[in-house]
Ligand binder design. Structure first.
Ligand code: G6P
Length: 475
């Protein structure tokens, strides 16, 4: 009997390929999605389709990459420089990303980028078609780079189960409406049977867009079009709790955390970790920290902002500008407030190995998340999972999806500088018993609603919906 396969599709594969000294290196991702879906794509005949992060030099190299990835059940979609520029940098990251993060003024609408977005989504669909897909299989498509793909796959396989998950926010319909190609994007998504978002608001915004822009009939969380029922639901993504908690409690990490603590012995560590992105509120965070040093000068020499910014999308103009602004602001704060013995901000523009991040989570007194918009934010969950045996306080932007779950964090509006400053001050002074009580509550949530739970829930619902649709058709 045919055993159904699961086909995962996302822009990036969970292994990235880099060329170093003329050698190809296969680098596994530590990201949440890669870990969460690990047990799925590595088993049976399941596969994961996506971009391997490299442009091969020639067909021979392409072949080597394809074979190397095949050993891990991964299928590459190779993209040319022109495709990456139009589809990834252009349409995905200069239209969809800013608009979906409520920065429509950052959007640059270029028709050739839209055409390239369509072309690359079609290319992904062709790669799906090449996999000898059967109607019994199920396809799970991820994120805003592939919004047209559900409908393209639906055209090839009219009754197959298709799930789509959006990892970033979905804006309200008036903001979404500003995109010239909004109808095509919505229709692209409607090829799926189940469309998942991190928060209730995201689902409502999507449903409102379908009702107000496409004029579709919406009943609760269900849409009806082309004789099909499409469900829109909330699935807040979790992390691999056990991985972070075990790492945090391991001897090497404990030792490393002690040495970080020793190094900053008279200082409380305020930790922040983000990809370089204007949605993360990095400048707003720096201003609140500067305000703290002005308002509470006695804290000079007693705190350090340990700020890691992971390089990202640095070919996109807005990201280059942001990097300059961060450099200037950090330089200014360190120059004005620092002295021979003390540097207020330890700033790193680099990616760190997981072990070092874990040691930082363990040693940090405060984790400061100031996103101006964030689909979920997994850093705060990683911090919580690392805090079973050490104290600490999470300050979390109310504009991050995670704030809906982590109600015991100190919530802030990152635009309210004084409020963020006071939240840091409160966290610095918070009694240990209160820290513990808040952490324990959050740990329970992050532990229970972990990434495996998220994957299980999504798939079981997709299967349930498929059965429901089959019964509906049989009637
Ligand atoms: C966000 C998006 C992902 C994306 C990641 C890194 O988390 O939701 O789809 O892969 O950022 O961005 P990048 O552009 O480097 O893939």
């Amino acid at each position: 009997m045919y055993k159904k396969r699961t086909i995962i599709v996302s822009n990036r594969l969970p292994i990235r390929i880099e060329r170093k000294d003329n050698e190809l290196q296969f680098i596994p991702s530590e990201g949440g999605l890669a870990t969460g879906l690990g047990s799925v794509y590595k088993s049976d005949e399941n596969i994961w389709i996506g971009w391997p992060g490299i442009i091969p030099l020639n067909t021979q190299e392409e072949e080597i990459i394809t074979q190397g990835l095949a050993e891990h059940n991964l299928i590459p979609v190779f993209l040319t420089e022109e495709e990456l520029k139009g589809y990834y940098e252009g349409f995905s990251n200069e239209v969809l990303w800013p608009v979906f993060h409520y920065r429509p003024s950052y959007a640059v609408y270029r028709t050739p980028d839209w055409e390239m977005y369509q072309q690359v989504n079609a290319k992904f669909s062709q790669v799906v078609d090449q996999q000898n897909v059967q109607e019994k299989d199920e396809v799970w498509i991820h994120d805003y780079q592939l919004m047209l793909l559900p409908q393209l796959v639906r055209k090839s396989y009219p009754t197959i189960a298709i799930g789509f998950f959006q990892h970033i926010p979905f804006p309200n319909d008036e903001v979404f409406r500003s995109i010239p190609w909004r109808n095509e994007l919505l229709n692209g998504l409607l090829g799926a049977d189940l469309i998942g978002f991190h928060t209730f608001n995201d689902t409502q915004h999507f449903l409102n867009s379908c009702a107000h822009i496409l004029g579709l009939n919406v009943q609760n969380n269900c849409l009806h079009t082309d004789g099909r029922s499409i469900f829109t639901e909330v699935y807040p993504m979790g992390i691999d709790f056990d991985k972070f908690s075990q790492l945090a409690n391991s001897e090497p990490i404990q030792t490393r955390a002690h040495s970080i603590k020793d190094y900053y012995k008279d200082q409380k560590i305020i930790l922040s970790i983000d990809r370089l992105d204007y949605s993360k509120g990095i400048i707003e965070r720096l201003l609140a920290y500067e305000n703290l040093l002005v308002k509470y000068p006695e804290l000079k020499g007693q705190v350090v902002l340990y700020m890691i910014v992971v390089p990202s999308r640095d070919h996109v103009a807005q990201y280059k500008q942001l990097l300059d602004e961060i450099d200037r602001t950090v330089g200014h704060i360190n120059a004005v407030f620092g002295n021979n013995e003390w540097t207020p901000i330890a700033y790193f523009y680099n990616s760190f190995p997981l072990e070092e991040l874990s040691a930082l989570y363990v040693s940090a007194d405060i984790c400061l998340i100031t996103s101006l918009r964030d689909g979920m934010n997994l850093v705060c969950k990683e911090y919580i999972a690392s805090k079973e045996n050490t104290d600490g306080v999470l300050i979390l932007s109310e504009l991050a999806g995670a704030a809906k779950e982590l109600t015991q964090a100190i919530h802030i509006n990152p635009n309210a500088t004084d409020q963020v400053t006071e939240a840091i001050y409160k966290a610095l002074k918070m009694p240990v018993a209160e820290q513990r009580m808040r952490l324990n509550d959050s740990i329970e949530i992050v532990k229970k609603f972990n990434v495996r739970h998220w994957v299980r829930l999504f798939f079981s619902r997709l299967r349930e919906i498929k059965l429901f649709q089959q019964n509906e058709m049989a009637r």
